[in-house]
Design a protein around this ligand. Structure first.
Ligand SMILES: [Zn+2]
Length: 186
């Protein structure tokens, strides 16, 4: 028996429960492309951190940030009856977390503008392995707030890993996850 020749990162991804590896890669690719298009159309390239509220508004959504019930992180109401899409984000979390949730809900709108999406705090990570829409929205949000070219430029320029999350306005955890995905986490 020979052992598979995959890089350790790939093996890790293949062990993710639920979705098949090929489907995961396909969803992530679509999410990255979609985030890249939104940035291309609506974002001034020199401005960091990326402002997901403004991008969502430019995309045609109203954004409400307020005290949502119990364990809700946020939700997205698709356009209906002549009203535009609405994105709701809970205030009961850090600004960095609110920004990520806003970008995440925008990801839901971009992927499927007809489907109500509700995000509960307790599902935040567990659903990513089994729900293709959650995987899309998380990859979209990461790609939107931490554009790959910008992360690579800063790392190449020698910015300390510990400063990156402040620059991009994301949580340390989100930044670590992003660096790991881009294989820049050394
Ligand atoms: Zn979601």
């Amino acid at each position: 028996m020979s052992t598979p020749m995959n890089a350790p990162e790939e093996q890790q991804e293949m062990r993710r429960p639920g979705l098949p590896y090929e489907q995961i890669q396909d969803i992530k690719r679509r999410a990255r492309d979609a985030a890249g298009q939104v940035l291309d159309v609506y974002w001034d390239l020199d401005k960091f951190p990326v402002d997901p509220v403004r991008l969502a508004q430019e995309y045609g959504a109203e954004v409400f940030i307020g005290d949502l019930k119990e364990d809700l992180d946020g939700f997205m109401v698709p356009p209906r009856d002549g009203y535009g899409a609405q994105i709701y984000v809970d205030t009961d979390s850090s600004p960095a977390r609110q920004r990520f949730t806003t970008a995440h809900e925008l990801g839901h709108l971009v992927e499927d503008g007809e489907r109500l999406q509700v995000d509960r705090r307790r599902d935040a990570l567990s659903k990513e392995g089994t729900d293709p829409h959650e995987l899309f929205a998380n990859e979209f949000a990461a790609s939107l707030l931490m554009p790959e070219f910008a992360v690579r430029q800063l790392v190449a320029a020698g910015m300390a890993r510990a400063r990156l999350h402040g620059f991009f306005g994301v949580s340390q955890l989100a930044m670590q996850h992003r660096l790991r995905n881009l294989r820049l986490n050394d």
